[in-house]
Design a protein around this ligand. Structure first.
Ligand SMILES: *Cc1c(COP(=O)(O)O)cnc(C)c1O
Length: 387
């Protein structure tokens, strides 16, 4: 059996053709494929606007800037995420803090959010930006989160790096029904890929225009945004400090082609997740619980060792699987326990639910091309390791 990773892309001939077509065209970046990709994602999610960028990390950064996050402002996110969800606050010189997770969904806990908001209000330390992370592809309870934050003027940016194609209360993730912006990642392990790439969706024209400028140096060619009169048709103005966070047409063409198959990708992820659910239900494991309001994109299939029922350690089980060429992984080391964040003042014990979850979690292989034979092998090794 060859090495089985925890996640990987599926590239077909049409994807390859789409990329080749761009390479043979006049535009390999800043051409028509980017706008087509943006329109297609906006339509798919049901938002007015979409802005494609070079990565989800770049997307999170400019989403924070567009939200007006300034030095000494406060950003809250989940500790159970990739470091990028928190680093975007530090890029803006804001203070970052975390809301501990719900032990069933592994997403930020509504109770802890409500509690923390009350305390922050008392201390005059309310966040300017909140970034809920849709862990493993399962949406946070956005309606309740919006309800809890609406009296405080907090901008909500959904980190949906795991979740494009998923649904919440019957609507697509990224529709921004209960948020200001949503961020997607197109890294190869995610649901669809552009190699590297990201996107921000929004329904707000003002945010859209800011994001468009911030991805390209803070430059505008739109007369209505300029000071004074344009000197001529060549004219542009830099009206704020932006970046080069552009995506290429080569990548956008790949993304556009991948998007055609997104529902098929997710359907297969569900089938494989259900196979795991059935095969693993009698083992000393906690399987991923699904909230009834949510249709997950199933980016990850995460199990936890049920430490009441087994004495085997996470490390032992992980190493046994790795020894047999199964590319298990762990998502995530709580961000606040990273040395960089400890230097900012966080310590172990600050967010116990995220730490407890982390101590028992293992991510099993799950991706479109995972065969049932490969999956059965993973299940078999897991059974032998645990029994
Ligand atoms: C992958 C990921 C990111 C960063 O995405 P890139 O496109 O690699 O920059 C951000 N947040 C979460 C939750 C992720 O999983």
């Amino acid at each position: 059996m060859k090495y089985i990773p925890y996640g990987r892309q599926n590239i077909n001939e049409q994807d390859i053709e789409a990329v080749i077509e761009v390479l043979r065209s006049d535009w390999i970046t800043q051409g028509p494929a980017i706008e087509r990709f943006e329109r297609a994602v906006a339509e798919y999610c049901g938002t007015k606007y979409a802005v494609a960028v070079s990565s989800a990390t770049a997307a999170l950064h400019i989403a924070c800037l567009a939200a007006g996050l300034k030095p000494k402002d406060i950003l809250w996110t989940s500790p159970n995420t990739f470091v990028a969800s928190a680093n975007c606050g530090l890029y803006c010189k804001a203070f970052v803090d975390f809301v501990d997770i719900d032990s069933r969904t592994y997403n930020i806990s509504l109770e802890k959010l409500a509690e923390k908001l009350k305390l922050a209000k008392k201390k005059g330390k309310l966040p300017k930006v909140l970034i809920p992370v849709h862990f493993a592809g399962q949406s946070c309870q956005m309606k309740e989160i919006r309800e809890l934050t609406k009296e405080y003027d907090i901008t909500i940016i959904e980190d949906a790096a795991h979740a494009i194609g998923g649904k919440y209360l019957g609507q697509k993730i990224g529709c921004c029904a209960y948020s200001d912006m949503t961020v997607f990642s197109f890294h190869p392990v995610k649901i669809i890929t552009t190699g590297e790439g990201g996107m921000i969706t929004t329904n707000c024209k003002d945010l859209y225009e800011k994001l468009m400028r911030l991805r390209t140096h803070g430059i505008t060619r739109n007369k209505s945004q300029m000071e004074g009169e344009p000197h001529g048709p060549w004219y542009y103005q830099q009206i704020e400090l932006g970046y080069n966070y552009r995506i290429t047409d080569i990548q956008a063409a790949l993304g556009l082609s991948q998007l055609k198959r997104i529902d098929e990708f997710i359907k297969r992820r569900h089938e494989l997740a259900n196979r795991y659910n059935n095969a693993l239900k009698d083992l000393p494991l906690i399987l991923p619980w699904q909230h009834p309001d949510i249709y997950s994109a199933y980016h990850l299939y995460v199990i936890q060792l049920d430490t009441q029922k087994t004495t085997k350690t996470r490390r032992y089980v992980f190493e046994e699987l790795r020894k047999r060429d199964i590319g298990v992984n762990v998502h995530y080391i709580p961000v606040h326990t990273q040395p960089y964040y400890k230097k900012l003042g966080f310590k172990e014990g600050d967010f116990p639910a995220a730490e407890e979850y982390y101590s028992r979690a293992i991510t099993l292989p799950l991706y479109y091309d995972l065969t049932e034979k490969e999956q059965d092998y993973v299940i078999d090794v897991l059974k032998k390791t645990l029994l």
